[in-house]
Design a protein around this ligand. Structure first.
Ligand SMILES: *Cc1c(COP(=O)(O)O)cnc(C)c1O
Length: 433
């Protein structure tokens, strides 16, 4: 007698009351097919679904769970804050503490403002860049995701002189008429765009290591040129570190590039995910002169009922405290490399075209021999093969992202045995491919 599939039951029930059965599209498994796993609980490196099946979790809520699920010190900080009150709509000392903690780790900023989602942070960063420069145009890159603010839901237009087309219904073309979408890692195109539009550009927004087209690094020459061109033309360089911040290194991806580009720093940084430790919390920050354009000091409006929420800030602070301990990122990066090297060796042994890259606790793997440099190349992945690999791993109790264009995440709670189990499972799947 087979057990009823609780995941399927829940998915069907959810589909009646929530569009597509999910509250964020990628959760629906549309890219890979099959039934999404409804998660009932998580602890450490594991999640359990509604059937009681356990998974080694390489999503970590898409990045925030860098300590693993339910770290006792984080749980304690959250519990303590709950007894002090859920939300006040008035300032608290904890908001200052979190702001100070962030600024200490990312010295490119003098001030930050806390918000509740990465979308909100990126949307406001654009408004602030426009308000601070008095310009309207912006550059983004194909394959980079900055949340779902209207002006950022854009794909490339037909040429450099033209601006983008909306990627979502409900976004009027007029709303994206100032957004220029360029190819990631294409220096020549970047130079051409600045030559054409430099004087009208408020900002260039980029994921320094793109985690929304799997895992693609901005090349050092590309990042250097982006910095130079922004400075030359008076546009703000905005790094979207919602995913990479406190994930690839304690100082974010900007600290990784600063090691290779002397004096490198962005003009503005957008953060989220890890700084909330799994709670709704995000932020954006810049130098004082830029941030002072924000209300109530300046004329750029921004606000939030739940901004700087006392429970979320308690969770974020406890998380930042733990990841700031010496050696944390070396250990995390070593675990991540053990995983990626293991997967690579397993694929090579089976003769399956494969490549991997990682930084800190973030990684990407590709069912192709070369590491892609842009979105178009990432999307050349054989999706049938990826979906087969994904579902076979899932059946073996390993939960990778359910789409070939998403990055993966390792947490401090992942142990050698978890990684060995993952690599073993991959070995037998590669052998059958
Ligand atoms: C997740 C993400 C966002 C959006 O954050 P939300 O909290 O989901 O709104 C923005 N930018 C990047 C780079 C992200 O990875």
């Amino acid at each position: 007698m087979t057990q009823p599939d609780r995941n399927l039951e829940l998915f069907q029930r959810a589909a009646g009351v929530i569009p597509g059965g999910v509250n964020s599209p990628v959760r629906a498994f549309k890219a890979v097919g099959g039934t999404p796993r409804f998660i009932s609980r998580a602890q450490g490196a594991y999640m359990w679904d509604a059937n009681g099946q356990r998974y080694v979790d390489y999503i970590g809520s898409w990045g925030p769970m860098i300590l693993g699920h339910g770290h006792p010190e984080v749980v304690e900080a959250v519990q303590k804050s709950l007894h002090e009150g859920f939300s006040f709509g008035a300032p608290t000392e904890r908001e200052i503490e979190l702001a100070e903690a962030i600024l200490k780790l990312m010295p490119s900023m003098d001030m930050v403002r806390l918000v509740s989602s990465g979308t909100e942070a990126a949307m406001t960063a654009i408004r602030l860049a426009r308000g601070a420069t008095g310009r309207s145009k912006l550059i983004k890159f194909e394959g980079c995701y900055h949340g779902h603010a209207d002006a950022l839901l854009v794909k490339a237009g037909s040429g450099l002189a033209t601006f983008g087309n909306p990627t979502s219904a409900g976004v009027p073309p007029e709303v994206v008429q100032h957004t220029l979408v360029l190819e990631y890692n294409n220096v020549a195109q970047l130079e051409e765009a600045f030559a054409l539009h430099g004087k009208e550009l408020a900002c260039l927004m980029i994921e320094p290591i793109a985690g929304n087209m799997n895992f693609v690094r901005a090349s050092v020459p590309f990042m250097r040129r982006a910095r130079e061109l922004c400075t030359e033309h008076g546009a703000l360089l905005v790094l979207d570190e919602v995913m990479t911040g406190f994930r690839v290194a304690l100082g974010g991806a900007q600290s990784v590039y600063a090691k290779q580009i002397p004096g490198f720093a962005p003009d503005m940084t957008v953060m989220g995910k890890v700084i909330g430790g799994g709670m709704p919390l995000a932020a954006f920050g810049a130098k004082r002169a830029v941030m002072e354009h924000l209300a109530p000091l300046g004329t750029v409006y921004q606000a939030g009922t739940l901004s700087g929420n006392p429970v979320a800030t308690a969770c974020g602070l406890a998380t930042l405290r733990l990841i700031s301990q010496p050696g944390f990122y070396d250990a995390l990066a070593a675990k991540t490399r053990a995983l990626t090297h293991g997967l690579l060796a397993a694929a090579q042994a089976a003769g399956v075209p494969f490549n991997v890259d990682s930084e800190g606790g973030m990684f990407g793997f590709f069912l192709m021999s070369d590491l892609p440099q842009n979105y178009a190349t990432v999307m050349q992945t054989d999706s049938k093969r990826f979906n087969h690999f994904f579902h076979s791993m899932l059946d073996a109790g390993v939960y990778f992202a359910p789409a070939l264009y998403e990055a993966g995440f390792v947490s401090a709670a992942h142990g050698d045995a978890d990684i060995a189990h993952t690599v073993d499972a991959a070995k037998s799947i590669f052998a059958s491919m």
